[in-house]
Design a protein. Structure first.
Length: 163
């Protein structure tokens, strides 16, 4: 049996059994990292346009008692994008629309996650700046979700559960 056949059978078995193992967790983390990397150009654009204040990342570090530290906040943000968010996606992914596309389910998931981001990173933007902030961060979360779904479905499978 070739490596490709073994990988496919492992992928099919995880889908059929509804189990999430080390392979699925590892792929989810890598897919989350890919999504985080894909977000950087739009984050950069939003920062240059002045609609996303990098100081908002310091708030994450402050929440966990790390103090107001930008890099600590970025580390927490990236760690969440590589662990918590991908794990929620692979757990809940089967219940998101549309039924026929995991990458588009990722876009749906990105939209859901965006609602928390947009509130957490809001720094008194108003008028056109607020609209640009909303649009750029939404598109950015769509990018994250699409990459998350695409990479994950390429190397693993969303578990199917009987409800």
């Amino acid at each position: 049996m070739s490596n490709e056949q073994e990988a496919r059978s492992s992928k099919e078995i995880s889908r059929e059994s509804g189990q999430i193992g080390v392979r699925e967790l590892s792929v989810a983390g890598l897919a989350g990292l890919g999504g985080m990397i894909a977000m950087q150009p739009i984050f950069g654009m939003a920062t240059v346009l002045g609609v996303l204040d990098p100081v908002a990342f310091s708030g994450f570090a402050n929440i966990v008692g790390y103090g107001l530290d930008f890099w600590g906040g970025v580390a927490i943000f990236v760690a969440g994008g590589m662990t918590v968010l991908p794990l929620l996606f692979i757990t809940l992914g089967n219940y998101l629309p549309p039924a026929d596309s995991i990458p588009l389910r990722g876009v749906t998931y990105g939209t859901i996650v965006w609602t928390g981001f947009v509130l957490a990173f809001y720094t008194d933007q108003s008028g056109v700046g607020l609209v640009v902030y909303l649009v750029l961060t939404l598109v950015n979360h769509w990018v994250y979700g699409a990459v998350l779904g695409s990479v994950y479905t390429r190397y693993a499978s969303i578990a199917a559960y009987e409800v």
